[in-house]
Each structure stands twice: as C-alpha cells, then as structure tokens.
Write a protein that binds this ligand. Structure first.
Ligand SMILES: NC(=O)c1ccc[n+]([C@@H]2O[C@H](COP(=O)([O-])OP(=O)(O)OC[C@H]3O[C@@H](n4cnc5c(N)ncnc54)[C@H](O)[C@@H]3O)[C@@H](O)[C@H]2O)c1
Length: 270
C-alpha cells in the first residue's frame, strides 16, 4: 500500500506493509552513508533489519523517553556525523517512535543545511501521525517542541509487524490520535475503530485511513495556519493535562481525555 504526500514542493512516498523492513534501502534507492537513529526501548532487531539493505551504516541509540528530545542529544548526533565524515548527500533514518523521529528529523534538517531524512516509525502514534507532516523538533528550556524545523522526509516505511512488540498502553495512546482524526474527518474510520474485532488484521487499514486524513490536511495547510489546527482536536485540554500529569500519563491518553471534554454526550458514550 502506498500513499504519496506533497509537502513544501517535495513529494515522498509512504509505504505500508508487513515484514519488509529489510527492503528499506532498495525501495528508496538509498546510497552513501546512512545513520540510523533509534532508542534503547525500540527492539534493536528493527534497526538491524533496516540496515540489511544498506552499504555504509552507522548507528546512534539514544535513551528512550521524551527527556531525550533535548539539545544535548541533538548536538551529540550532529558531532557523531561530523566525526564520521557525513556529507550533504548522506542519509539519516529514524527507526523508532515520535521521539526518535522528531530528534532525528531535526538533526537531518540541520546537518550541512539538510541531508536526506527517512522515517521508519515503530509506534502506532508515529505510524498514524508523526511520521508525515514534516514537523521535527526538540524540547528546549522546558518547552515541548519549541525548537525545530519543517523538514519533510524523503520516504516513510511503515511495517505493521513492529506493533507486535509495542506495549498495550503505547498502542492505545496511538489509537487515540487515530480516533481524533476519525472524529474530525472520517466517520468510516470512526466506525472501523469502534467495531474492529481483529486489530492486527485492521491495523494497516486504520493507519492508511489516518494518514490519508493527515495527508489531505498537511497538503492544504503545511505550516498549520488553518485547517491543520483541526488536528489539534483534544490537544488544548490534553496539553494542560499532560503538563500536570507528565510522565504518568502518555500523550495519547491526555488527548483522549481532552477530546472527551469537547465531545457530545452521544460521542462520549460511544
Ligand atoms: N512531528 C509530529 O508531527 C508529531 C506528532 C505527534 C507527536 N509527536 C511527538 O512524538 C513523541 C511521542 O511519540 P511516541 O508516542 O511514538 O513515543 P516514543 O517515541 O517515546 O515511544 C514510546 C515508547 O515505545 C518504545 N518503542 C518504540 N517502538 C517500539 C516497538 N515497536 N516495540 C516496543 N517498544 C517500542 C520507545 O522506546 C518508547 O519507550 C512526542 O515527543 C511528541 O511530541 C510529533
């Protein structure tokens, strides 16, 4: 399954499937040096699979968690690339969730004024949401995502087999973002989420439908001036809850609570 996204005058492909991480290099014709950025909570077999089809591979593993989206890691990854002679035509691949994607994407946007960036998201949240749209960032001076860049990837590869190792809470947190997209744009997706009796079977369809929504919104409003704000449904109250309850509650859990406040009684009950 393929989706083509147009952002900032560039087009890229999102491929969704199962058991095909090792085809990454070939699918996107990746050449030159490649830095794979991951975190220590992501099963390392995923980075190893991605590395299989690549020639000159380097790896950088950060500590898992939001705390890693910081200036020190940003600087350490850049220094690692300089030390290893990375050039402007080389590549950075994020293999992990939104934390890895946001940090690695910002590194890619900044090194030599921009190298090729690819995303291989491995959490449900990053597969339905953060892997497309071009937002990259780190947290700075205690403010989430306050320093970053709009920098679209060259390609995104989503392998739904990676969800098999994801904990239930992380999965539900990601599903909340999908519910948000369904509630704002797509009643068929809402009904699929509500009625699925085999999530593993339907995951690919849910991801595709969610990404189609985000794609439409991003293509029409890349810099988040109007329509894209609709995707912030649940986030105003959600962010307030997150500030008060971090790190006890996950992002999606806070968004879910934030959406409930603004939902009708009927939707709330469903
Ligand atoms: N750029 C965007 O458009 C955008 C959109 C939404 C959220 N975000 C950002 O995304 C981040 C949250 O992302 P997230 O929810 O993916 O969290 P995350 O990246 O912190 O990942 C959650 C946990 O799951 C682990 N993990 C990842 N993949 C796994 C797998 N397949 N199996 C087992 N464990 C796995 C990680 O090690 C981590 O401990 C936040 O920083 C948020 O700001 C960015």
């Amino acid at each position: 399954m393929k989706i083509t996204v147009s952002e900032k005058k560039t087009e890229y492909e999102v491929v969704i499937g199962k058991g095909f991480l090792s085809s990454f290099g070939e699918r996107f014709s990746v050449s030159g040096k490649t830095l794979i950025v991951s975190d220590d909570g992501v099963p390392q077999k995923y980075a190893e699979e991605v590395a299989k089809g690549l020639k000159s591979v380097y790896k950088f593993v950060i500590t898992q968690g939001e705390g890693s989206k910081n200036l020190k890691n940003f600087s350490d990854v850049l220094a690692f690339m300089l030390e290893n002679g990375f050039e402007r035509t080389d590549n950075v691949v994020a293999v992990g969730g939104g934390v890895v994607g946001d940090l690695a994407g910002f590194v890619a946007a900044s090194y030599m004024r921009g190298v090729n960036f690819y995303n291989v998201p491995t959490t449900f949240l990053s597969e339905v949401d953060s892997s497309i749209g071009g937002k990259t960032a780190i947290d700075f001076c205690g403010v989430k995502n306050s320093v970053g860049a709009f920098y679209p990837p060259k390609g995104v590869l989503i392998d739904t087999d990676t969800l098999k190792t994801l904990g239930k809470r992380q999965l539900s947190s990601g599903i909340a973002e999908s519910v948000k997209m369904a509630a704002t744009f797509d009643k068929e997706l809402f009904s699929l989420l509500e009625n699925t009796d085999d999530f593993e079977r339907d995951a690919e369809e849910i991801i595709r439908k969610s990404l189609e929504i985000k794609k439409r919104v991003v293509e029409n409003d890349f810099k988040e001036t109007g329509l894209r704000r609709a995707l912030n449904f649940g986030h105003t109250v959600g962010h307030a809850i997150e500030s008060a309850c971090f790190p006890r509650l996950l992002h999606g859990e806070c968004v879910a609570l934030g959406m409930l406040v603004f939902s009708s009684e009927e939707v709330r009950e469903r």
